[in-house]
Design a protein around this ligand. Structure first.
Ligand SMILES: Nc1ncnc2c1ncn2[C@@H]1O[C@H](COP(=O)(O)OP(=O)(O)OP(=O)(O)O)[C@@H](O)[C@H]1O
Length: 266
């Protein structure tokens, strides 16, 4: 069953520059799609468009249907209902999602209260459970901390817990490991992988790094200069890229062999 369908999505600035050009793709429930391409290829804007969060001055034409809701041109109240319930996002920089002046526990309590109607002790328990689920040791301490008092990796886990709080059908992860230390990147990828698998959640995983995408996604769309140049099963793309740009990505994907554990990728 289709969860997300983009048809002819085109994103333009007010001065008429086309940033994403006639993009079409579909995602089934529970499916994991990588959106891959170099910086500026339009991946993040596509992800933001799905959430109805395009920056001012960028307009969308075409269609984005998410769990039966047309996102292009939808009113803000409709988008607000959709966010969290149908789709949630984890950004590269967790501070984008976190309020620097609010303790982590309070921030996480908000979506849990809204979605599950919890109050008081039950809400406190749910906050600690959500922090434990993203494998944060010392959930009590983390809940009491302000974002600047915890590490980048811990902040990203709190942001992930917030994104998962409303049990969305789709998790959009936009370079969620890029800003983290290499040592915690793999842990974060494993965590996302496990949590979405347990919940049978669909994923759109945005990254410039093919090696990272292979760990999470079943299928990938390769974007270049706002257009999809190639699409297919991740392993097919890696083994026999058709487009010269995909070939270049495969060639430059660091640690690809070990990430895939394929031996000779040819
Ligand atoms: N608010 C904006 N106004 C005008 N142009 C923008 C805006 N945001 C992004 N762009 C442009 O749109 C194009 C696509 O940007 P986008 O952020 O989607 O790329 P990306 O593939 O996600 O790259 P990165 O990995 O660097 O984020 C780029 O040329 C960018 O400069």
């Amino acid at each position: 069953m289709t969860l997300l369908e983009l048809s002819g999505l085109t994103l333009r600035t007010t001065d008429g520059t086309t940033l994403v050009d006639d993009l079409s793709l579909t995602l089934a429930r529970g499916e994991r799609l990588g959106l891959i391409g170099e910086s500026g290829s339009g991946k993040s804007l596509t992800a933001l468009a799905v959430l109805g969060l395009l920056p001012e001055g960028i307009t969308a034409t075409g269609s984005i249907e998410l769990a039966g809701t047309q996102i292009v041109g939808a009113r803000e109240d409709r988008l607000t209902r959709m966010r969290g319930r149908d789709a949630a996002v984890v950004f590269q920089e967790p501070l984008t999602a976190l309020d620097p002046l609010m303790r982590a526990g309070r921030q996480l309590a908000e979506p849990l209260r809204r979605r599950h109607g919890l109050r008081g002790t039950a809400l406190k328990r749910a906050v600690l459970d959500a922090l434990e689920r993203v494998r944060l040791a010392e959930p009590d301490r983390i809940a009491r901390s302000f974002p600047h008092e915890i590490s980048g990796g811990q902040r990203q886990r709190v942001a992930l817990a917030m994104a998962l709080a409303c049990e969305p059908k789709l998790l959009i992860a936009d370079e969620p490991t890029t800003a983290l230390d290499v040592s915690v990147q793999a842990e974060m990828l494993d965590l996302i992988d496990t949590l979405v698998r347990e919940r049978d959640m669909a994923v759109v995983f945005v990254s410039h790094d093919l090696a990272v995408v292979t760990r999470i996604a079943d299928r990938a769309v390769v974007m270049r200069q706002g257009r999809a140049v190639e699409e297919g099963a991740v392993l097919d793309l890696v083994r026999s890229p058709a487009h010269a740009y995909t070939r270049a990505l495969v060639g430059s994907a660091r640690r690809l062999e070990s990430a895939l554990n394929l031996g000779d990728p040819r």
